[in-house]
Design a protein around this ligand. Structure first.
Ligand code: MN
Length: 137
């Protein structure tokens, strides 16, 4: 499966997101703030990033802008995690370069669909189509 970096400052949200991703077979990397997340993104080059928008210090929008400006990390899909009530965060997250957004609280179906869609988009077409169906002979 994929290596996914979660950048989230709330320990309960981090725990839930990590559990959902591990249950789906992904390898999870985690960071509690934007600076640590950017460092990890550049060193580990994960397949996808879950980015909380509301972070202490640098927020998730600024962090995403930096990731999308950097040729080394530009292609990594970013899913913004936004507060349910903060509709403006969704528009801002897309403007900042996020590839998708999900409102918290996280629902596993929505999370899995967003992740699978973005991971498939990043693969060569044939691999994307066969990705979920591949069988070992
Ligand atoms: Mn937060």
């Amino acid at each position: 499966m994929a290596t996914i970096l979660i950048i989230e400052d709330n320990p309960a949200n981090m725990k839930l997101a990590s559990l959902l991703l591990r249950n789906a077979g992904h390898t999870v990397l985690s960071a509690g703030d934007a600076e640590a997340g950017l460092t990890l993104a550049r060193s580990a080059l994960p397949n996808l990033i879950l980015m909380d928008i509301q972070l202490p210090g640098m927020d998730g929008l600024a962090a995403t802008t930096l990731l999308k400006q950097d040729p080394a990390t530009r292609a990594i899909p970013v899913i913004a995690l936004t507060a349910m009530a903060m509709k403006q965060d969704r528009e801002k997250s897309l403007e900042a370069g996020c590839d998708a957004y999900i409102a918290k609280p996280l629902r596993y179906q929505e999370l899995y669909v967003a992740i699978d869609t973005l991971l498939a988009r990043g693969m060569p077409a044939a691999a994307g189509v066969e990705g979920g169906l591949r069988r070992t002979p």
